[in-house]
Design a protein around this ligand. Structure first.
Ligand code: SAH
Length: 238
């Protein structure tokens, strides 16, 4: 008999799944957001622990599989499925996010979660190992980058588990890590868009000093243009 192949890397090791669930410190009253539930290995463990799981899945074949798995179980009323691209949809209300996500959407998803309101308590997510290391990198580390600075501005991030490729079927090419993300509440009192613009410039050239970057003509022109827009919005003479 053929195994169904959905072209995804399904998390198979029950110990890793259990570890993710435990590290999320779930309460029976929680509403959990799961992104990319796939065939539902993690979903069913979440359903045992919480009030509601809202699962966002883009692949309708997997949605059908998941529905079949939960149908006629005591958990069927606890599961809400949202079909579609999580990046293009408005996030539902949730307290905690637990997911083995599709790695190609890691970066936009982290910021979508961190800019979402109301605040959630924490997110326990599986990432590609190098991405996870970037999330937690500190100044001076080789992997320190815009992603590190912007994430750590908005959240505390910790590596909580190393996960080898053989815990997935089929095994992916890359190694993985589970990361815990806890939003800083209240957030720092800054305009995140402006801050992001600044870090974009500051990290635009790997081997240039900040002084050299700000002396570039293109940067000066951009800053001046932005300043004029800012002044006209504030009704000031530039
Ligand atoms: N969580 C499952 C499967 C992980 S594979 C497990 O641990 O076994 C990633 C899953 O994300 C797949 O089910 C895939 O269909 C889904 N997915 C991919 N891109 C998505 C997107 N943009 N929005 C929502 N789901 C997505």
């Amino acid at each position: 008999m053929f195994k169904k192949d959905f072209g995804q890397h399904i998390l198979k090791n029950p110990l890793i799944i259990q570890g993710m669930v435990e590290k999320s410190a779930l309460l029976p009253t929680d509403t959990v957001l799961e992104i990319g539930p796939g065939t539902g290995n993690l979903t069913v463990k979440l359903l045992e622990r919480v009030k509601t799981v809202v699962a966002c899945e883009i692949d309708i074949r997997l949605v059908a599989e998941l529905k079949k798995r939960v149908m006629n179980t005591p958990y069927q009323n606890k599961l809400q499925i949202r079909v579609g691209d999580v990046l293009k949809s408005e996030l539902p209300f949730f307290n905690v996010c637990v997911a083995n996500i599709p790695y190609q959407i890691s970066s936009p998803l982290v910021f979508k979660l961190l800019l979402h309101r109301p605040f959630f308590r924490c997110a326990v997510l599986m990432f590609q190992r190098e991405f996870a290391y970037r999330l937690v990198a500190k100044p001076g580390d080789k992997l320190y980058c815009r992603l590190s600075i912007n994430t750590q501005l908005l959240a505390r991030v910790d590596l909580i588990m190393k996960v080898g490729k053989n815990n997935f079927r089929p095994p992916p090419k890359v190694e993985s890590n589970v990361v815990r993300i806890e939003p800083r509440n209240p957030p720092p009192p800054i305009n995140f868009k402006e801050w992001d613009g600044l870090t974009r410039i500051a990290f635009s050239r790997k081997n240039k000093t900040l002084g050299a970057i700000f002396k570039q003509n293109a940067v000066a022109v951009t800053l001046e243009k932005n300043y004029r827009v800012y002044c006209s919005l504030k009704n000031q003479v530039s």
